[in-house]
Design a protein around this ligand. Structure first.
Ligand code: WT7
Length: 556
């Protein structure tokens, strides 16, 4: 049995209403969660209506829905204002002929307009395709082309990365700067399109170990998962000020940055600009953030700033959550000893659409573990034939399917979708894990070559494909190299074409080439030139596993 943590941290009394959780694990039905939604039972639904309009109808129109803050701007909007804006955006989209099921992409920085655009698209029954603001030309192009997006909402700065001539399906580009002032022809027209629970909601592109990023499509039924996990895991209460640090281009930023908190009527914080420890702490002090959802790399960066937190009043903070990569026990102990708060790890994936393994506020935390299955969720640790392994053994982390948040399809790729369900009745995550006697699940790595750097999922194939487009690169193998701060960093092994000599300048040029065309987060931080790359004997495929083994040996 792999070694597991010995110490545990008990729930903090006081800030949580722990009795809320007593019954959670005894009896639970997803449908129970739906009671407060207006239209769930009717079968005709719209997640944008339930997220925003419902609160206005219920009399909470004047409540602050969002605080927006960046280096030189600060503003707030109420639920009524967000409703009106999404109505307006929705009408403009309709004027441009957007219909139910169309794919509308949103390529904007983290601003209120980004969130409003996503909801407006959903409100009129179209499928929202939010793109991470740091994507470069190829990343943007590949995604819109894959699901044939017809409309893009962006701004006058980011539009420079949109190669319109190479995106034949794209009919219209709208600028967020102009939408507000554009008049609508019919401002009484009903905006909300009533949909079925299986209709498309949002599409997130994500990497695997092979091929280009895949379009993970979620359905409106996911809102029940978002609502309930927002209640039990995020522990949202009416006076909370909730801050999720992720951009809505990633699933954490849409599901737990937008849907889950707003379905639960929280006031959310939208923060623009890059990570800076001082700004983050200052923001929490200024806006009196109560609930903070971030990632291990960010916590490690703050931890490396030592006592900096002592300069700020963080007394409003009562609940911290983490996702995306393994949360080191040291980080949990740091927060416990210095901030007096536990960090609640959560495990899920783009494909799962919502939390599956969590640390509920009322339960014991075992540092090193991701927590226990969410109520109503059954986890299995399987061997390579799909048989369940005894507790304590390492195997494939799988989950009994379905559940409400589970993806609906991989866009245009049924084989890929089916590959997640190769073991009858189970969804296979591709992660390796063990489960202890108490049900706590411990992450043990990936069973494929996917890279996780700073909580961002990077497919080696996408990076390799870009590398070999550079004239100097003959072949490339890309792996995640263990890194204390980022968990893993992207490392490329390459061979050079004849006529090219290795030099610092050349390697920097290659690195920038990936950075400029794909995105900063996927660009290799290290490039090593080889005479040849290790390959399989039969098919001649590059053996990333071997490269990784070498790299790990070097570190040790
Ligand atoms: C992969 C999913 C949707 C959540 C954000 C990332 C890794 C996720 C944890 C965790 C260790 C984690 C897994 C998973 N991962 N959460 N708490 N501890 N690893 O979503 O980009 O779809 O990536 O991230 O390997 O399969 P994603």
């Amino acid at each position: 049995m792999a070694s597991i943590a010995q110490t545990t941290i008990s729930p903090v009394k006081g800030s949580f209403n722990l009795s809320n959780y007593d019954c959670v694990r005894k009896s639970f039905d997803w449908e129970d969660a739906s009671k407060e939604l207006h239209f769930w039972e009717s079968g005709k639904v719209n997640a944008a209506y339930e997220t925003i309009d419902r609160h206005v109808v219920d009399g909470y129109g004047d409540k602050i829905a969002l605080h927006y803050i960046n280096e030189n701007e600060k503003r707030s909007l109420t639920f009524s204002e967000v409703k009106e804006k999404t109505d307006h955006y929705g009408r403009i989209l309709k004027q441009h002929g957007v219909k139910k099921g169309d794919r509308v992409f949103i390529f904007l920085p983290k601003t209120p307009e980004c969130y409003i655009s996503i909801l407006a698209v959903i409100k009129i029954g179209a499928i929202a395709g939010p793109l991470f603001e740091a994507f470069m030309e190829d990343a943007v192009k590949d995604r819109i082309n894959d699901c044939k997006g017809t409309v893009l909402i962006t701004d006058k700065d980011l539009v420079q990365r949109v190669q319109r001539a190479d995106i034949p399906s794209l009919e219209t580009i709208l600028f967020s700067e102009d939408i507000e002032a554009t008049p609508v022809e019919n401002d009484r027209e009903e905006v909300v399109e009533w949909l079925g629970k299986e209709d498309g909601l949002i599409i997130h592109y994500t990497s695997g170990s092979t091929g280009k990023p895949k379009g993970v499509l979620h359905a409106h039924r996911s809102m029940i998962h978002h609502l309930q996990s927002g209640k039990w895991v995020l522990d949202i209460k009416d006076d909370d000020v909730y801050w999720c640090t992720s951009h809505p281009g990633w699933v954490t930023g849409s599901v737990y940055g937008l849907f889950a908190p707003w379905l639960n009527r929280a006031t959310i914080v939208i923060q623009g600009g890059r990570f800076k420890a001082e700004n983050w702490y200052q923001l929490m002090e200024d806006l009196k953030v109560t609930t903070w959802y971030s990632a291990p790399t960010a916590f490690r960066m703050l931890m490396s700033q030592g006592d900096l937190f002592k300069n700020y009043d963080l007394s409003s903070l009562r609940h911290i959550l983490s996702v995306g990569e393994p949360l080191n026990p040291e980080v949990i102990h740091w927060a416990w000893n210095n901030l007096g708060l536990r960090i609640h790890d959560t495990w899920w994936m783009t494909e799962t659409g919502g939390h599956l393994i969590v640390n509920l506020p009322a339960e014991l935390i075992k540092p090193g573990s991701m927590g226990r299955p969410f109520p109503g969720i059954t986890v299995g640790i399987l061997d390579d034939e799909g048989n369940e392994l005894p507790r304590g053994e390492v195997g494939q982390l799988a989950v009994r399917a379905p559940w409400p948040g589970l993806m609906k399809e991989i866009w245009g790729n049924k084989d890929k979708f089916d590959s997640y369900f190769k073991y009858e009745g189970w969804y296979s995550s591709g992660d390796l894990a063990l489960q202890d006697e108490d049900g706590y699940v411990f992450f043990q790595g990936r069973s494929d070559d996917m890279i996780n750097s700073a909580g961002e999922r990077i497919g080696p194939f996408e990076v390799e494909s870009k590398l070999i487009e550079h004239p100097a690169v003959a072949e490339a193998g890309v792996i995640g190299k263990p890194d204390a701060l980022r968990g893993e960093l992207v490392k490329a092994f390459i061979t050079l074409r004849t006529g090219f000599q290795e030099s610092e300048e050349l390697l920097e040029e290659i690195r920038l080439f990936v950075r400029k065309n794909l995105s900063a987060h996927a660009a290799p931080r290290e490039i090593e030139v080889m005479n040849e790359l290790p390959k399989t004997k039969i098919s001649g495929k590059i053996l990333r596993r071997k490269l990784k083994e070498w790299e790990i040996q070097k570190v040790q």
